[in-house]
Design a protein around this ligand. Structure first.
Ligand code: PLP
Length: 489
């Protein structure tokens, strides 16, 4: 490492060098085994004699902070006892800093931690990475990283790779009946950035943004961070309750094909009702179609985007479920009146999404590999969905009331008895026996019926039964009236 050492004046030069290197070792900036600069090089850099530096290094050596290896250099010693953080003396500068973020950032929690893994992983929002076609994807990405493909490596078009936008327009035209051309599509770093860009373009501080309650919190946080007044609107078995929308909403954010987290699909009547409501007020409807590719039955309901006749819907799609969330690839489809502003907002935000990945994804779609992967995953997820549905109707029926859902990567169920504390205890006990899952209260912002959300993207199909058997034990231990009471299924 190129350690920064600063010399003030001409006094005690060796002492200054010694103290700065010692401090860097003690506070961890220099780690055991790391080389410190050769004395000759540091002397030239600081415009001091080599002897001045050698005196400092000899002292560090004598005190055990560094050791020299002849011909190889000087290295930080292996075992250093770190000093506790120094107490600041009056007049000394604060290392904390006086700068404070806008208050809204204190109110927004950190991103959830997905690093821990569960033996039986029923957590939400995770696809099965084991079944991803890694070899194919690696080949496509490697091709886009070749010198010829990169060319001069200049900044690219903010709206995204032209081939990818065309491929997406065609893909959603066929699979979702979304009417779009390349010009309507803008590539983003996942849904999260699509919402951020839409918010920047359409939401003023203080505006009312209506979201589903319970609903997907990460996108709600975007609106909060933009200074919007976010209002939760209840959902029932037909989806968002349009009659409960606040009159002054400037934007409505919904997940119609698979409500997050409860899992129902928005009925056609509600869809038409929402569009009529938005039309009367000129309000934008943001349709998050995050896992619509996985449907296991029932007639697919048309997206709001294709029902919209007034150019009021912005459709958002993601590759996090059909591929992997770490790729951070998604897109939005917007009416022409927003194209320019969205493109400029994307440019202002991060100029454009990483181009080699966009190009690789374009090939992946064009060559039919995405469609093949989706078909394969749909079959696998359908098996998982069926097992969980059967368990909810059988072994778990005494405690849980499933919410009908025929799509996506998770399903939800209300608790028949027990309150939010009981559910928290069920989830805690489940965690202790290796079962990871979410309590609905973790997803809600307002009070509501307690229950569980059960994801099946990450768990291998053959592990589901044992995972649910363990969950059953936790439910029976916490909630009254389960064991022995008549089955309701
Ligand atoms: C409702 C909803 N929208 C979108 C996403 C995907 O977000 P992103 O594309 O930012 O990964 C998720 C992931 O869990 C989700 O639950």
């Amino acid at each position: 490492v190129d350690l920064h050492v600063r010399i003030d004046g001409r006094r005690d030069l060796s002492g200054q060098i010694y103290r700065q290197i010692r401090a860097a070792i003690l506070d961890g900036r220099l780690r055991p085994g790391e080389a410190i600069p050769p004395s000759r090089e540091l002397a030239v850099r600081l415009e001091v004699s080599r002897n001045t530096v050698s005196v400092a290094y000899d002292r560090l050596n004598a005190e055990g902070f560094v050791s020299g290896v002849v011909g190889a250099g000087t290295f930080v010693s292996g075992r250093i006892h770190r000093e506790p953080a120094a107490v600041r003396r009056p007049g000394e500068r604060s290392t904390d800093g006086r700068l404070r973020p806008r208050p809204v950032w204190d109110a927004i929690p950190e991103a959830p931690d997905f690093t821990a893994s569960a033996e039986f992983d029923f957590r939400l929002g995770l696809p099965d990475a084991r079944l991803f076609p890694h070899e194919t994807w690696r080949r496509l990405v490697a091709r886009e990283l070749r010198t010829a493909a990169i060319g001069p490596g200049k900044y690219a078009e903010p709206a995204g790779h032209g081939g990818l936008r065309t491929a997406i327009a065609r893909h959603i035209g066929v699979s979702r009946a979304v009417a779009a051309t390349q010009d309507d599509v803008l590539i983003t770093n996942g849904t999260q950035q699509a919402i951020d860009i839409i918010g920047r373009v359409l939401v003023e501080p203080g505006d009312c943004v209506a979201v589903e309650e319970p609903g997907y919190r990460p996108t709600r946080r975007v609106f909060e961070s933009l200074g919007a007044r976010v209002v939760g609107v209840p959902v029932d078995e037909e989806g968002l309750v349009v009659a409960a929308l606040p009159d002054d909403a400037r934007m409505v954010y919904v997940t119609p094909s698979h409500q997050f987290p409860l899992g129902m699909s928005m009925s056609m009547q509600r869809r038409m009702g929402l569009l009529a409501w938005a039309d009367q007020r000129g309000v934008v409807v943001v349709e998050d179609d995050y896992d619509s590719e996985f449907r296991y039955g029932g007639r697919p309901v048309e997206p709001l985007q294709s029902l919209d006749r007034d150019g009021l819907v912005v459709y958002v799609g993601s590759f996090s479920k059909v591929m992997l969330p770490i790729l951070r690839l998604g897109f939005l489809v917007a009416p022409a009146s927003l194209h320019r502003a969205l493109r400029v907002a994307k440019y202002v935000t991060d100029w454009h999404t990483t181009l080699p990945l966009q190009a690789a994804l374009a090939r992946f779609i064009e060559d039919g590999m995405l469609a093949r992967h989706i078909r394969r995953m749909r079959q696998e997820y359908f098996l998982r969905h069926s097992r969980i549905t059967a368990a909810l109707a059988g072994d778990l029926a005494d405690w849980l009331e499933p919410i009908p859902s025929a799509a996506g990567l998770h399903m939800a169920a209300f608790a028949r008895t027990g309150n939010a504390d009981d559910m928290r205890e069920v989830v805690r006990r489940a965690g202790a026996v290796g079962v990871g899952l979410h309590d609905l209260a973790m997803i809600r912002l307002a009070e509501g019926r307690s229950g569980l959300a059960i994801g099946y993207g990450a768990i291998a199909t053959e592990r589901i039964d044992e995972g649910l058997r363990r969950l059953r034990g936790c439910l029976a231990a916490v909630l009254p009236g389960g064991e022995g009471s008549p089955r309701r299924a």
